[in-house]
Write a protein that binds this ligand. Structure first.
Ligand code: ACO
Length: 329
């Protein structure tokens, strides 16, 4: 068994108060609760209201995680925020969180790896605490996708939601509990299947070369689906095999919440019973980098993990990026 690295001291989540149901969407585009439920498993999602922001959600999730961890902001060495929807291009969300928390000793940066961002961030934190186990690092996944959603495009607008999840990590207390291994993967050859083009330096706002639709998330859903199921299955087995484990050793699988059919496919391939797979997609939709830390926080709150349990987190997102982190709780 590998020596464990990053140990999670506490988690937290923050969701916007505004709920957008499938019935609300029926009034906005040509869709139905039945279609959305059958094809995705989503019943409702949260969207920011006036005054709510990515950094605000990230800070609220962070405060809860710090409180549960019993760690003060001044003790933090590093803040990593995984996001594809920052408040600004400069400064980063991580800087805004650092300022809001008063985490004066902490370095801070954003990490861009779409829906895999939290697991990429946890993997970076894992490396830092393996070097010095006394370090305390805040890893956050936070998104406001509703502002990057084309509310006239029924093929995407039913899928996404806003939210944030956070974890405070430090070095393993005993080399046994914590992150056993992290597996990061990417394939840029298919980047064009899932894009948000009109926000970077290539196309300034209002650039006539870019169609209006490209200022929002665009996705070829069926193709993304095919890639997602293949990639998530392969990286899940990679993580288990690297640790000499099999799916039956798992207590809980926490997959990225993009589509219930993708989650079901993964569950079947790993031959896991339904109670070993965490699902909350019906409440929040796809919150990209926030999906796994929100799910982890809810799983803990529901008492789904106890000391020594094995949990596998698996993600897939635009890029494509995908990842798995195996952790002994
Ligand atoms: N309501 C009603 N009908 C719809 C809707 C809707 N909201 N959206 C699409 N349809 C129609 C289509 O127009 C199509 O009609 P047609 O047959 O007349 O052309 C039909 O439904 C089927 O469309 P498909 O796109 O083939 O539907 P599919 O079963 O593939 O489901 C979905 C679409 C839900 C998007 C699915 O492909 C999916 O989940 N893909 C993966 C998404 C994902 O994993 N993303 C992860 C990364 S996200 C990130 O990184 C930010």
């Amino acid at each position: 068994m590998r020596r464990a690295g990053a140990f999670i001291l506490g988690t937290g989540r923050a969701l916007p108060s505004r709920v957008l149901t499938n019935q609300d969407l029926e009034r906005m585009v040509e869709t139905s609760d039945e279609w959305i439920t059958q094809r995705t498993g989503i019943k409702e999602r949260r969207v920011v209201a006036e005054g709510e922001s990515n950094s605000g959600l990230a800070t609220a999730a962070a405060r809860k995680a710090l409180s549960k961890a019993g760690v003060s902001p001044e003790e933090l060495d590093l803040i990593i925020v995984a996001t594809l929807t920052p408040d600004y291009l400069m400064p980063s969300v991580a800087i805004l969180v650092q300022e809001a928390l008063g985490a004066r000793r902490a370095g801070a940066f954003d990490l861009s790896a779409t829906c895999s961002g939290f697991l990429y961030g946890l993997s970076v934190a894992d490396k830092f605490v393996r070097e010095d186990p006394s370090r305390k690092i805040l890893v956050i996944g936070s998104e406001v996708l509703s502002n990057k959603t084309n509310w006239e495009d029924r093929t995407t607008c039913v899928l996404f939601g806003d939210g944030a999840g956070a974890a405070v990590v430090t070095g393993s207390p005993d080399g046994r509990r914590g992150v056993l291994s992290a597996h990061l993967r990417a394939d840029g050859s298919l980047w064009h299947l899932l894009t948000l083009k009109g926000c970077g330096s290539l196309y300034p706002p209002g650039d006539p070369r870019l169609p209006r639709e490209d200022y929002f998330i665009r996705m070829q859903g069926r193709e993304v689906f095919k890639q997602a199921v293949r990639a998530m299955e392969s990286v899940a087995f990679e993580a288990l095999e690297a640790n000499g484990l099999s799916p039956s050793d798992l207590t809980l699988l926490i997959p990225h919440q993009a589509n219930i059919r993708i989650i079901e496919f993964l569950r079947e391939r790993l031959e896991l019973p339904a109670e070993k797979v965490f699902v909350n997609i019906h409440k929040y939709g796809n919150t990209s980098a926030a999906s796994i830390p929100i799910a982890l926080d809810e799983a803990l709150e529901e008492g789904r993990l106890k000391e020594g349990d094995l949990v596998l987190m698996v993600s897939f997102g635009g890029g494509f990026t995908w990842a798995a982190v195996l952790l002994r709780w």
